[in-house]
Design a protein around this ligand. Structure first.
Ligand code: UDX
Length: 448
């Protein structure tokens, strides 16, 4: 089938490349000429494992094209995906739909023949109705069906998640659209993920509900971690203990410095607003938002306590700036809050991240950007592991200890264990695991 993907960011570019890899003919459209030129030159605008190879292969195969011209791409398409950004609106947390609405109007003017228009971006309940109204108003003759098809891609695992989804969620109100979307996803039928056909509003709300539930799971285990520290329990063993219950599931129960990224913070806030707008508040999600904000704000205090209660004039090495491993994305990263708070307390910060340094330079002041994880340890009075990149999982502890002025190591992702760290001469602090605790948990498995 012929697909026009409007928006070539995280979602649009990954989805477009994967659809091309399914054998469809895809044009990824973006109004950012620089981004399109870079893509035409084979340069990826985002770091996503496997994306460059996937794009290169499908461009070479003639299935994937890039363009700034929306109209011809839409005119030729059987299916048009709207994958533009829906950032949190300044100040009030509502999803900003201006890009979606602008795209809908522009698409309407270019429609020829029956065309399925799909909202892939995460959008509030009722946006599909709004998109349909805008399109019919702009072009009353357009023969269209508007579908909601939210994505569930994790940054750093987006291609895997696209090709092996737990489910494909489709909000459709039209028989013809159902047939077209079944055809679009047919190549995935080999992996037999359920194609879940629901109505449009259900699909839109399901996306927010899923992200909010995952965010709640993380906020929950982080609060259990604090309780473990007070009661002498071990949060990793507790997480395994509850996670083995099939009704809970073991994923997303890793205690840490709080969640970040471009989705959980934005989508939890948007869901709170949707609850308010529709007169059905969601206090549970409001609590998750507040709990996570408190969590991120509390991390500097942990580091300061570990380093004797005062870090003014002290040097601190930070391992990891991105909000999670295998991405270059620092949006809402706990590392940003931590570094700013430590600087406010008078500390000097050195930092290293395998992929996030470029983005960090524009977001952090007064930080020394180290060229590797050992350079980040040079002469510091304490180290903090914030993002669990694989590069930080097997550090040469003797070498690290030798580089540091003081042997304090704060592990905010429970990558190491106190026995091994203390044997290497470190004063080691981690999350929810009192000293000497922990029976059944090996070093934390690589991020799910
Ligand atoms: C998330 C959803 O997982 C994905 O389905 C949706 O489409 C987009 O939002 P993403 O934000 O890319 O994906 O990353 P994810 O892997 O979900 O992690 C989000 C945050 O939660 C990260 O900051 C991560 O460090 C944190 N996290 C995750 C934890 O603190 N503990 C966990 O156990 C899991």
């Amino acid at each position: 089938m012929r697909i026009a993907m409007i928006g070539s960011g995280y979602v649009g570019l990954v989805s477009g490349a994967c659809f091309a890899d399914f054998g469809h003919e895809v044009v990824c459209v973006d109004q950012d000429g620089g981004r399109i030129a870079a893509l035409d030159a084979g340069k990826m605008p985002i770091f996503e494992p496997g994306l460059e190879a996937l794009v290169t292969e499908n461009v070479k195969g003639g299935r994937l094209h890039f363009s700034t011209a929306l109209k011809p791409a839409v005119a030729a398409a059987d299916v048009v995906f709207i994958a533009v950004g829906t950032p949190s609106r300044r100040g009030d947390g509502h999803a900003d739909l201006s890009f979606v609405e602008a795209a809908a109007a522009e698409i309407a003017g270019a429609i020829s023949g029956f065309t399925v228009v799909v909202t892939k971006s995460t959008v509030p309940v009722g946006t599909g109705d709004k998109v349909e109204a805008i399109m019919r108003q702009t072009n009353p003759n357009a023969d269209i069906a508007v579908v909601s098809n939210p994505e569930f891609l994790r940054e750093g695992a987006a291609i895997e998640d696209f090709k092996r989804p737990d489910r494909i969620l489709l909000g459709v109100e039209d028989e013809r659209a159902q047939a077209v979307m079944t055809e679009i996803y047919r190549p995935l039928s080999l992996n037999a993920p359920p194609l879940l056909f629901v109505d449009r509003r259900t699909a839109e709300l399901t996306k927010y509900a899923g992200n909010a539930f995952l965010a709640m799971k993380i906020a929950f285990i982080n609060e259990m971690a604090d309780l473990c520290e007070k009661t002498g329990a071990n949060v990793q063993d507790l997480a395994r203990g509850i996670g083995l219950d099939g009704r809970i599931g073991s994923k997303f129960l890793n205690a840490g410095p709080g969640y970040g990224g471009s989705c959980f913070p934005k989508d939890t806030l948007a869901l709170v607003r949707i609850g308010e707008d529709f007169g059905s508040p969601v206090p549970l999600v409001e609590t998750v938002v507040a709990s996570n904000a408190r969590r991120k704000a509390g991390m500097a205090g942990r580091v300061i306590a570990a380093m004797g209660g005062d870090v003014s004039g002290k040097r601190i090495g930070i391992l990891g700036l991105t909000f999670k491993p295998n991405t270059d994305d620092l949006r809402e990263s706990p590392a940003l809050t931590l570094i700013e708070d430590l600087q406010t307390a008078g500390a000097w910060v050195r930092a290293y991240d395998p992929e996030g340094m470029e983005a960090a330079r524009g977001m952090l002041e007064g930080v020394v950007f180290a060229h590797d994880e050992y350079d980040a340890a040079e002469g510091v009075d304490g180290m903090v592991l914030v993002t669990e990149w694989n590069a930080f999982r097997s550090l040469d502890l003797a070498r690290l200890r030798g580089l540091m002025a003081k042997p304090v190591f704060v592990d905010l992702r429970n990558v190491y264990r106190d026995k091994e760290m203390e044997a290497a001469g470190f004063a080691y602090f981690s999350i929810g695991r009192p000293k000497g605790s922990g029976k059944g948990t090996e070093r934390r498995a690589a991020a799910e």
